[in-house]
Ligand binder design. Structure first.
Ligand SMILES: [Zn+2]
Length: 335
């Protein structure tokens, strides 16, 4: 066993007093500091060899929306994986009564001084006024990285219905930054995908495999080119009512298809950033779900996103990414 020189204990005492003062200061400012000791599991190993930083895993989501004054925010905490006397410090400034963006910081430090830091963001909103699902079709493209920068700046998660276009690295970034990756079709060629059910699924499996190869995960969330209500498909389906068949068939195969209930108009209605903004914010569903259709291959549309987010956040909306159990915003099928 190691023996410690008395100076070490005096040093520890000074540090502890320092920590105590810090603890009191932080507590007084309505913050929470908790220290939790992870029990020893492997003392000899730890004293001699430990050069691995602890691993921290969040319990629960990395972004939390919390409606002010409903209750006291209780953090779900983290799991720590480390063998060597890891201490966890949690620093939170979440004020459950005051709307704003807050951060919970977890610092895990083992006895050798290896340290890992992880953060969780908690947005306290004034009053829930509705949920906005920002969705972007047809990418990735040359504007997608700028869009991801905006989403990161506001810490908002979106959904990307991707195609065979663009760089794998962009899809990987979308995925790594916590957005939902969903399938739009590989080719986005109406004359091909809507000329037969087999063509549609052959094309869908190509984009499905691309996403799986890049992210390691299979997604079952899809959006038809033109939406389920498109009538363009009738030009190519030889009168077979292909949209009715596909809508049934994708669900039978375990997919969930999504349409939208707010069109930004960026697919032909307008090419003006201000108009994209006003078409979205003037049509939001108060107290409900708004699924917004935009295209990240259109620069003027991407340019509207920061203002749309600012409007939403300042009016009590929360932004979420789609999941297989989200509101689907299904349209009526025309053929
Ligand atoms: Zn599209």
């Amino acid at each position: 066993m190691k023996r410690f020189h008395p100076i070490f204990f005096i040093g520890c005492l000074v540090i502890n007093i320092g920590l105590l003062v810090a603890f009191i200061l932080v507590s007084v400012s309505a913050s929470v500091v908790a220290a939790q000791e992870i029990p020893d599991r492997h003392d000899d190993y730890c004293a001699e060899y430990d050069d691995l930083a602890p691993v921290i895993e969040l319990k629960g989501e990395d972004n939390i929306n919390f409606v002010a004054n409903t209750r006291e925010y209780v953090d779900e905490g983290v799991n720590i994986i480390d063998y060597c006397n890891t201490e966890l410090e949690t620093i939170s400034n979440v004020d459950s009564k005051t709307p704003g963006q807050y951060r919970v910081k977890y610092i895990a430090k083992d006895q050798m001084g290896n340290e890992t830091i992880l953060r969780r963001y908690v947005r306290v909103i004034p009053e829930w006024n509705g949920t906005i699902y920002l969705t972007f079709d047809d990418g990735p493209g040359i504007y997608t990285d700028a869009l991801l920068d905006v989403l990161a700046r506001y810490n908002v998660k979106a959904t990307f219905f991707v195609t065979g276009a663009g760089d794998d690295a962009t899809i990987l970034r979308e995925y790594q930054e916590g957005h939902a990756i969903a399938l739009h079709t590989w080719s986005h060629d109406y004359s091909y995908v809507y000329s037969s059910v087999d063509n549609y699924f052959a094309d869908l499996s190509m984009i499905s495999e691309r996403v799986k190869r890049i992210t390691g995960e299979e997604t079952k969330m899809i959006r038809f080119p033109g939406g389920s209500s498109n009538t363009v498909s009738a030009r190519y389906d030889g009168g077979s009512h292909i949209m009715s068949t596909l809508a049934r068939e994708v669900e039978r195969r375990g997919y969930t298809y999504f349409d939208w209930n707010i069109s930004s108009g960026d697919a032909g209605g307008t090419n003006n950033t201000n108009e994209v903004y006003s078409r979205v914010v003037n049509n939001l569903f108060e107290g409900g779900s708004s699924v917004v259709l935009q295209h990240d291959v259109k620069g003027f549309s991407v340019d509207a996103v920061a203002s749309i987010i600012e409007y939403g956040l300042s009016h009590g909306y929360v932004f979420e990414k789609l999941t297989p159990s989200s509101f689907t915003a299904h349209h009526g099928i025309n053929n």
